[in-house]
Design a protein around this ligand. Structure first.
Ligand code: 4NP
Length: 163
């Protein structure tokens, strides 16, 4: 995951609303799987939020705990999605739910930006999920449900990028 300029290598950005629950978990899970599988098609993995309310904060402690139980270490610090930089820098911009996708598409201005946007559940591997649901206002089981979906879709995303 060095910062080479090989155009065959992809830069992947996961996006949710607050960047403290779903997208930091997606970042950690996807990174862990890429490293574990020894994949070499990724240059950079990052995450961002659409609302910036939690800028500078660690991920939600409930998500950090739930991920740690599965062996994932969430270390990212919340930041707001920056359309002026992120649409240029990243090859894949992956939202978690339909609202994220709608907001990302509103922020896309130049040709080619919209085509970089996809929904995490589009990569589901042998399952069908509509969205990665926001767990913020729910109970502990919501965080495990998010992790189940993210693990499955990360496997599917890796399989797709490998082609
Ligand atoms: P996330 O969950 O989008 O998965 O990080 C949320 C966390 C915080 C807020 C919204 C969603 N919030 O508005 O504070």
């Amino acid at each position: 995951m060095s910062n080479s300029n090989n155009p065959a290598k992809k830069r992947v950005l996961f996006v949710c609303l607050g960047n403290i629950c779903r997208s930091p978990a997606a970042e950690a899970i996807f990174r862990s799987k890429v490293i574990e599988k020894g994949e070499d098609f990724i240059d950079e993995i990052d995450s961002a939020g659409l609302n910036g309310y939690h800028n500078g904060e660690m991920a939600d402690s409930r998500m950090i705990r739930a991920a740690k139980r599965r062996g994932y270490n969430i270390t990212s610090i919340s930041r707001k999605f920056n359309p002026d930089i992120d649409f240029d820098k990243f090859d894949l911009i992956i939202g978690m739910d339909d609202f994220n996708i709608k907001e990302l598409k509103k922020l896309a201005k130049r040709a080619g930006e919209i085509s970089k946007i996809s929904k995490m559940t589009d990569f589901a591997d042998g399952k069908s999920y509509g969205e990665v649901p926001d767990p913020y206002y729910g109970g502990e089981d919501g965080f495990d449900k998010v992790l189940d979906i993210l693990e499955n879709c990360s496997d599917g995303l890796i399989a797709k990028l490998r082609l």
